[in-house]
Design a protein around this ligand. Structure first.
Ligand SMILES: Nc1ncnc2c1ncn2[C@@H]1O[C@H](COP(=O)(O)OP(=O)(O)O)[C@@H](O)[C@H]1O
Ligand SMILES: [Mg+2]
Length: 503
């Protein structure tokens, strides 16, 4: 007897449909699985055998061959258990009349036949839908997450026993109602109104948030850098539904969606400590796991004490900051993960933050400290802003500043303007404008043009710096509702550019 059902594998963040074929033949009892790497085969065999027996079904005492195809798709993790068990039961006539060629079976089995919470279910169900599947059987604990995908019935399964009962007609597993996919407005732990003074930093953060530009704040300890950084999510527009699904896929693969939760609806804010490992930051591992930079996709990556991160980690940021993706290459795989993030970095001007004064040893140490941020990395920072110690009057005064909500409204209007201009190019925000599109989308008026010509040589702008300045100026002009970039917009953008001798 031969049977065939479908499962799904993950390549990076994308699902790939997998055929699971089972042949049961006469001969000495044997159980062979092909198409899985060695260690995974052993484990899948043990789990499916025990799960079938412990569900009151019969494990065939014959020659059993399971094939997972295509062979060249890497299949890691225990997600194929349910499809293997279902195919074995089908091949031995224990699932009734199963002609389920429009269904995928996903999930890890425990030895007693229960289905366990399994990572990566959302992208796999999305792929099953794209491949024309009509039903997805998934672990009940992943149900809410899977039901975010529309156009496919999601059937939550508690145990193998329940699945058998469903197929032989004893019970009926009902498809889940589609998860409500509105993205709620979030509440934020901190608000810009709580930050005293620092008006120019708030202005810089508003511009950065409006166009998703990268920021580096430099200032002495206690000036409010960390506080200001934590306010950034509160001035960003809420996640759109499509963005929320993209983000949720990443958290699904990373196993970071809380059980029974569905959509990640808040813009990510990731703040890894500077001791984070290279793999933890950029991603990798045995099976490709998203790192912090991918977990910050469509949100904020906050790197406090920026120069304290390892050189390897800092250099690894260069590609993602340019392309919005990160390539993770290992001996046995190579994947590209999304990492379209806004970098918010903070640092003291010198190690430990002491004042430099006239002491040349201290000044040297400070310079060496700042040089840990290499030129090419600094070149990818659009907004470089000083955060001075705040004067007594500002700190003691009773005025509360503008609320995050007021700032967010301006940021949202500015994003609407960007969307209208960028949608035909499949882009969302000014920071994403490609070098090729800069001349077309970031047009200067005559006076701004001559200002740029002067500044280019005087400031020693690199080609990249030139483009990045124009994109930032575009955002400043958009906040101002201006069609063309004028001299004032450009001048403000230039003022945020880090001069390499500052570093
Ligand atoms: N501008 C400010 N307005 C209000 N409180 C501030 C401000 N700057 C600093 N503080 C207070 O000092 C604390 C430390 O600030 P923090 O943001 O950690 O400084 P930094 O990161 O620059 O060392 C904050 O939690 C806050 O209570
Ligand atoms: Mg701090």
């Amino acid at each position: 007897m031969l049977s065939k059902v479908h499962s799904c594998a993950l390549v990076g963040l994308d699902g790939v449909l997998v055929d699971v074929e089972v042949d049961v033949a006469q001969g000495l009892p044997a159980y062979t699985v092909v198409g899985l790497p060695d260690a995974a085969v052993q484990e899948a065999r043990e789990r499916t055998r025990a799960a079938i027996r412990n569900s009151g079904a019969v494990f065939p005492n014959r020659r059993l061959t399971v094939n997972l195809a295509p062979a060249d798709v890497r299949k890691v993790g225990p997600v194929h258990d349910l499809s293997i068990a279902a195919a074995i039961l089908a091949a031995t006539g224990q699932l009734g009349d199963i002609t389920e060629n429009r269904a995928v079976f996903l999930g890890e089995l425990s030895l007693d036949g229960k289905l366990r919470h399994t990572d990566g279910i959302l992208p796999m169900v999305a792929e099953a839908r794209t491949a024309g599947m009509e039903r997805a059987f998934v672990p009940a604990m992943n149900g809410a997450e899977a039901a975010v995908v529309s156009g496919i019935d999601v059937l939550p399964v508690d145990s193998l026993q329940q699945l058998i009962a469903h197929f032989i007609g004893l019970i009926q597993i009902e498809p889940l109602p589609a998860t409500k996919t509105t993205v709620d407005r979030s509440s934020y732990p901190v608000d810009l109104a709580d930050v005293r003074g620092q008006a120019h930093v708030k202005r810089a953060l508003e511009i950065a948030a409006a166009g998703a530009h990268n920021v580096l704040m430099i200032g002495p300890p206690g000036a409010g850098k960390t506080l200001l950084a934590r306010c950034v999510p509160s001035i960003l527009p809420p996640l759109g539904l499509e963005e929320a699904i993209d983000v949720t896929k990443i958290y699904s693969v990373a196993g970071l969606i809380p059980q029974r939760a569905s959509l990640i609806a808040e813009r990510p804010f990731r703040a890894p400590h500077h001791t984070v490992s290279h793999v933890g930051l950029v991603g990798g591992g045995v099976s490709p796991q998203p790192g912090e930079i991918s977990l910050a996709h469509r949100g904020v990556l906050f790197l406090d004490e920026f120069p304290e991160f390892s050189r390897q980690s800092l250099e690894a940021l260069r590609q993602p900051l340019e392309d919005g993706t990160v390539s993770v290459v290992r001996a046995n795989y190579s994947v590209t993960l999304p990492a379209r993030l806004m970098l918010v970095a903070a640092m003291n001007p010198s190690p430990g933050g002491y004042a430099e004064g006239g002491d040349s040893i201290l000044a040297d140490a400070a310079r060496r400290y700042r040089r840990r941020i290499s030129g090419p990395l600094l070149d990818r920072i659009d907004v470089y802003v000083d955060v001075p110690q705040i004067p007594y009057e500002d700190m003691a005064g009773a005025d509360r500043g503008e609320s995050s909500e007021a700032v967010r409204e301006r940021v949202e209007s500015c994003r609407d303007i960007q969307t209208r201009r960028l949608e035909p190019h499949d882009l969302r925000v000014n920071a994403e404008i490609t070098a090729r599109l800069v001349p077309e989308l970031c047009t200067l008026d005559k006076r701004a043009e001559s200002l740029l010509r002067d500044a280019h040589d005087r400031m020693g702008l690199s080609g990249r710096g030139h483009h990045r300045t124009l994109k930032l100026a575009r955002t400043i002009a958009d906040l101002d509702g201006a069609e063309l970039i004028g001299p004032a917009h450009l001048a403000e953008a230039l003022q945020y550019r880090a001069r390499l001798d500052d570093a």
